[in-house]
Structures are given as C-alpha cells and as structure tokens.
Design a protein around this ligand. Structure first.
Ligand code: GLA
Length: 398
C-alpha cells in the first residue's frame, strides 16, 4: 500500500519526542467518500463507498497500567482516561477514543493501556468521515496494544456503537465499515444488513471530491427525521426495513401512502437498485454508466429524499458542465458538505480549475477540491515503514 510517509513520520516523531522512545506500533484508518447508495445503510440496504487516501494516524506504545494518554497533533492537546473508570466528558475529540474503549470493553474484550500521538488529514466536518477514521484508528490501536485479533466488520460495528451511544450521533454503519474494509484501487459494495462485502476494481476515471464549504447545524435532526420516515415506510409495508420492499410492491401500493413518506421510500428503493447497477457497470469498466447512475442518484436525493442544498446543486451543476465529467452527485448525509464526481483522468486538472471557478462565481464561496485514490482500510504499519524511528529514536525513559 502507498503509505502516507508524511503523517506516519509526524506521529512517529511526535511520539518519540513526547515519550522518549520509539513507538511500538503505528496504525491508521482512512476517511471515505460514498460513490453510490446514500441513506440506504440504516434501511438494511446497499452502499458502494471507497476509502480515501486521507486517514487518522496513531503512533503508540503499550503501558503497564490501564490508562490511555493520547496527544493530538491537530488540537495540540493531550488527554487521558482510565479504562477502569470510563466517564463521558464534555464534547471533544477525546470522546471518540474513549467511546471506542467503552464499546470494545462492553463487548467483553480486555484492553491494555497505551500512550499515543495522533494526527488526521481527513478534513473535519466535511462529510468525509473523519470521526469514523479516528474511531477505527483507535480500535486498531487497542487491538495492537492488547493483542486482539483484528476482525474488521466486528470492529466497525463496535465503532458504530461508540458513535451512536457514546458520542450520540445516530449514524448507520457505512462509514465505519468502509474505514475498516477499504481496499486500494477498489470501491467496496457493502450489504449493510449482513455486512458482507465485495471489492470492485475501479473503472477508468478519477474520483474528485468537491467540498461546498457549507455546513448545516440541523444535520442531526434532519437525519433523524429521515430515518423515522423510512421506518414509517417499512411499517406501512409491514417489513423490518425498506430493503425488503421490491419496486413492484411499492408501485402497487404507493398511492395509499403519505406523500412525503412515499417519496422517501422511492428514493431508498431506487437507490438500492442504482447501487447494484453501479457495481455491475464498474465490473464492465463502464464509467459512463456509473456516471449516469450518479446523476440519477443526485436527482433522487434532491427531489425525493430532499437532503441536497442550493450549494450542493450548484457544485453538481458546475461539475457536470465540465468536459470529461461522467457524472456527479452530492455524497454523505447531505445538508452541506461534499459532492463527488467521476471524471476522465486526462482532463482532471482542467476539471478541478473549471469547477472551482464556476462554483465560486455562482455562490461566492471558495470550494476545496480533492482528487482521491481508493485506499486500504484500517491497518497496522509494518516495522519496515518506520524503521528509522526504531533505530534512531532517543533511548526509552526508565
Ligand atoms: C452519514 C451517516 C452514514 C449514512 C450517510 C448517508 O454519513 O454517517 O451512516 O447514513 O450519512 O448515506
């Protein structure tokens, strides 16, 4: 795997200077961008995300006791907690590792304490799952320090539990799963009901993530409202989740439904179909078809699920106007954050410049644009990749 030597170096050097010894382990876990399958995960449905080449990194060394002391290079702050006595604190970055410790312990795993230094280059709050990346990196750190065998789907579920029950965000399982199981050069089809996965080699083209530079305060309440509407639709069809409703059954009874709930259900049912379609198209290396399905997904999220915004629509329009764009859609929960486009690789540089200019002209906002590569999920760096710190680090403290 192409290791981000820069972040690896920073956490390794940070650890050595703070704790006076080389780190025993270095772990990382990526953020993600979702290519297809939006708001389907909590309906037991299908998603097709990829892990991106931006990640949370932790350099660590085990401690003899059951304390965790973690320094964040992003916040320039050190926090600690005791695995014998985990308590929720005020909202801050340390609640993520603490919540992961709580979830792991509550599943019966026995954890050792460690000292660590963390840094993350997944943009925070942009909808690229920096929190899932931090959670999975922490889980990977606990597994390395405590000699726990790494079981990616199980760890993803425990990190989702931490996010739901400790941090208090009611997300589905997509972000944690892809951060755990991502594969270099591949998108991954995840069945969010049984957590089976299928890696699909990436078709020709570049993935461009376009941050609208807008965030909405009401994301959580709107997200929970959408979840409740989907549950109401499943109850209408008398099934456990919308995943179980076939298009034919929907078409037979849709006129009896509350109009809003009907539109929400139509999005989820058609989005599951598009997700399968996009996977099939990727297998055929048919980027034009993947793009066409991305465009349809955006329309459905905008009109039926109503989670897009004027800025997301402007970004998607700006992208589609550029030559070489196979397709574009909003990605993630919506209400601000990012859009994603699949673009012909030979014109991607001009695409980035053109979209920036057009979006700025249309909205007055300066976007951030990232060309992303599909990366591996949570991993433990090999000794080889930070050999220098093993051989040249200052001597350990007694
Ligand atoms: C957020 C949640 C995910 C998923 C998406 C929408 O990213 O964390 O679980 O529901 O929104 O697809």
């Amino acid at each position: 795997m192409a290791v981000n030597q820069c972040l690896l170096d920073q956490v390794a050097a940070g650890y050595a200077s703070r704790f006076g010894a080389p780190p025993r382990h270095i772990v990382s876990a990526p953020g993600r961008v979702n290519l297809m399958g939006e708001h389907t995960d909590y309906n037991g449905g299908l998603v097709l995300p990829m892990a991106i080449d931006r990640a949370a990194w932790i350099a660590l060394g085990p401690r003899a006791d059951r304390k965790v002391r973690l320094h964040s290079l992003d916040f320039e702050e050190t926090a600690s907690f005791d695995l014998e006595d985990l308590r929720k604190g005020v909202a801050s970055w340390v609640e993520y590792p603490k919540g992961v410790a709580w979830a792991l312990q509550s599943s019966g795993l026995s954890l050792r304490g460690w000292d660590g230094v963390a840094k993350c280059d997944v943009p925070m709050g942009a909808g690229l799952s920096s929190s899932a990346a931090f959670e999975l990196a922490t889980a990977r750190a606990f597994a390395a320090a405590s000699g726990i065998e790494w079981d990616a789907p199980r760890m993803a579920l425990l990190c989702q539990k931490a996010e739901n029950q400790w941090v208090g965000v009611n997300c589905g399982v997509m972000d944690q799963m892809i951060s755990a199981v991502g594969r270099e050069g591949h998108a991954v089809l995840i069945d969010c009901r049984d957590l089976t996965t299928q890696a699909v080699a990436f078709p020709p083209g570049s993935v461009v993530v376009m941050d609208t530079a807008t965030r909405r305060d009401l994301v959580d309440s709107a997200y929970n409202e959408r979840r409740a509407q989907c549950e109401a639709a499943a109850a209408f069809f008398d099934v456990p989740a919308l995943r179980d409703v076939e298009m034919s059954a929907f078409l037979t009874r849709e006129k009896e439904m509350d109009p809003t709930v009907r539109r929400r259900a139509r999005h989820v049912i058609t989005e599951n179909q598009r997700t399968l379609g996009a996977m099939e198209a990727m297998k055929r290396r048919d980027s034009a078809e993947v793009g066409r399905l991305m465009n349809q997904s955006h329309e459905s999220l905008r009109d039926d699920f109503e989670v897009s915004t004027a800025q997301l629509n402007a970004m998607v329009d700006a992208a589609r106007r550029m030559p070489g764009c196979f397709g574009a859609r909003m990605t993630g929960a919506g209400f601000g954050g990012c859009a994603v486009a699949l673009v012909r690789s030979d014109v991607v540089k001009a695409f980035v410049e053109g979209v920036s200019l057009n979006y700025k002209r249309g909205t007055g906002l300066a976007p951030k644009i990232y060309i992303c590569q599909a990366a591996n999920g949570a991993s433990l760096a090999t000794d080889e990749s930070y050999r220098t710190y093993k051989t040249h680090a200052p001597p350990s403290n007694p």
